[in-house]
Design a protein around this ligand. Structure first.
Ligand SMILES: Nc1ncnc2c1ncn2[C@@H]1O[C@H](COP(=O)(O)OP(=O)(O)OP(=O)(O)O)[C@@H](O)[C@H]1O
Length: 322
């Protein structure tokens, strides 16, 4: 028997069709692109430059850890990418949405469908009077997913993220780690292209933190979300392929890891003025400080401690080749 789709089914289908027609300006240019991003907080007495010309490109499908000292601007960046905060200047584009110019309606749709968010504070992610299943189903109500689809997708997400046993419990009846895994399910309910997490394991013990990180990885690998996770947890940053370090409101160095977590490549960002920051352990390892000597080689630049007499540019333990 063929049944007629009801009105809400049709609305959902129309919305999906409209969404599919929207230009994908991001394609081929990074799913997340920040270009010279600036965020200045002004209060009556002080002005804080939280982001000072940050550049970042994240490709679709990546799982990236953002690390950096307290106050370096990590949460500010995530707030901007989540559509909650507006940059002061620069360019920020996520999945074809220009975060500086988008209007109220587009911003609402962006926050409901394009990005998902997991906060550090477990209590901030879930509504206390709803069960885990109801919490996960709720965001789909706002995007007008039909009721029966909401329930089955919520159950499926709880299953993928390993928290099926929590489905009929309220947040107060869950451990911190279980709450955060349910929070990942809530954040991925509307199939966002980008999942943002601000220290999601910060309040947890090591074992629960690993479970939550495994949930984020599943969201990345099995549900297809591109993941950006702010973390102070070396266990998390040691397990992702790419770690981006933020220093004084700018991206400074990047580490790429191969299978098994071994570091395969280190990068640094050359800013518009031609300045670059060397990774701290390189500076220490090669005793670089103050003035350093540069050698121009056919295909790279050598950086040597001042006073070293090496001039041929061949790699040895006294300098660093770039
Ligand atoms: N609403 C605000 N008003 C004024 N200053 C702010 C505001 N939010 C953040 N800042 C300042 O901006 C700078 C960057 O803060 P941010 O929270 O982004 O850093 P962070 O790297 O996430 O730090 P942490 O690791 O401690 O969370 C800090 O100096 C902070 O005090």
């Amino acid at each position: 028997m063929v049944t007629e789709p009801d009105e809400s089914d049709l609305r959902t289908l129309e919305e999906r069709a409209r969404d599919a027609r929207r230009p994908r300006a991001d394609e081929g240019d990074g799913l997340v692109v920040c270009d010279n991003l600036v965020r200045v907080y002004r209060t009556e007495e002080v002005e804080v430059q939280a982001l000072q010309g940050l550049d970042l490109v994240v490709e679709e499908g990546e799982c990236v850890a953002l690390v950096g000292a307290s106050g370096s601007g990590k949460s500010t960046l995530l707030s901007i990418l989540s559509g909650l905060d507006l940059p002061t200047a620069g360019r920020a584009r996520v999945a074809g949405h220009d975060l500086l110019t988008m209007g109220r309606r587009e911003r609402l749709g962006y926050r409901r469908q394009t990005v998902g968010f997991v906060w550090q504070q477990t209590g901030r992610n879930l509504l206390p009077y709803l069960t885990a299943l109801e919490n996960v189903a709720l965001p789909m109500k706002y995007t007008r997913v039909p009721r029966r689809v909401r329930a089955s997708r919520a159950a499926e997400l709880l299953d993928v993220l390993g928290v099926t046993h929590c489905r009929d419990r309220r947040p107060a009846e869950l451990s911190g780690g279980e709450q955060q895994r349910v929070a990942v399910a809530v954040a991925t309910a509307n199939e966002p292209r980008v999942l943002l997490a601000d220290e999601p394991t910060g309040e947890l013990d090591t074992a629960s933190g690993e479970d939550v990180f495994a949930a984020l990885r599943r969201a990345n690998e099995e549900l297809g979300a591109t993941v950006l996770v702010v973390t102070h947890d070396p266990l998390v940053s040691g397990q992702v392929r790419r770690t981006v370090r933020i220093r004084d409101g700018r991206t400074s160095t990047e580490t790429l890891r191969g299978p098994g977590g071994t570091v395969t490549e280190e990068y640094t960002v050359l800013d518009r003025a031609g300045r670059l920051q060397l990774p701290r352990d390189y500076v220490d390892r090669y005793g670089l400080h103050g003035r350093v000597r540069l050698t121009a080689e056919p295909d790279h630049v050598g950086v040597w401690p001042d006073g070293s007499d090496r001039r041929d540019g061949a790699g040895d333990a006294d300098g660093e080749q770039w």
